[in-house]
Design a protein. Structure first.
Length: 230
């Protein structure tokens, strides 16, 4: 069903290679090459909030924009039944497998992933893996899977600092047409938290509230909206 949806609905417009903050030009060029079919498999490593899911979705969007069929697989959702999820992916040109940490230690899932990796290599399917840690630090039970993962091109993401998070919020606010005072960004990071997923969801809430009230987003307006939510 997901493959029949328009690209904009499957892959949120916020999550594109050109909207990613915190990666160098060489990293983005490598991921664009992967999306275009010019390189082999890649392993994207980074801590919580580093942007792994953003990039996994962005690579899928870029691949489909280039006319290649792509599939995004959130491994935490497929945990315990990964074999069934992977069996339907043979027709894809690129598969992004997001969150290896979730299936590490699940032997049946590991065996299914190892078998799929080998089938994908034989069929010319490009693979993008994401995980919080390097392959040798994952608690895998299958040494052969670790060996395959270690052969992938490695891309390591650094966590964003507050300036980087502010840049992400500013870019996403601008895409929505939101007018946000600079002081409001600082207030959000101090009072609401630094999780970008939660902050982006809050931007959607602020977008609706700002439109309804016909007000720009200031610190007093933030307090009003969050107090109303509470």
């Amino acid at each position: 069903m997901a493959r029949q949806l328009p690209l904009a609905l499957r892959y949120p417009p916020d999550q594109r290679l050109q909207t990613f903050v915190g990666a160098g030009g060489a990293t983005l060029a490598q991921l664009r090459a992967l999306a275009g079919g010019q390189v082999g498999d890649a392993y994207l490593q980074g801590g919580e909030g580093a942007g792994k899911t953003h990039l996994a979705l962005a690579v899928c969007a870029a691949a489909e924009g280039a006319g290649r069929q792509a599939t995004y697989v959130p491994l935490p959702v497929a945990r315990g039944r990964l074999g069934d999820a992977l069996d339907a992916l043979e027709g894809s040109a690129l598969v992004a497998l997001d969150g290896l940490d979730a299936i590490a230690g699940m032997r049946n899932d590991e065996v299914a992933l190892f078998d799929f990796h080998n089938r994908a290599r034989a069929a010319g399917i490009a693979l993008l893996y994401t995980a919080r840690v390097a392959p040798d630090a994952l608690p895998l039970t299958l040494p052969d899977l670790r060996s395959r993962l270690a052969q992938c091109a490695r891309i390591v993401l650094s966590p964003l600092d507050d300036a980087g998070r502010r840049d992400v919020l500013r870019e996403r606010a601008q895409r929505r047409g939101l007018v946000v005072d600079e002081a409001a960004y600082d207030w959000l990071l101090r009072r609401v938290g630094r999780d970008l997923g939660g902050l982006t969801a809050l931007l959607d809430r602020l977008d609706r509230a700002s439109l309804a009230a016909k007000r720009r987003i200031t610190v007093p307006f933030l307090r009003e909206v969050l107090d109303a939510d509470a």
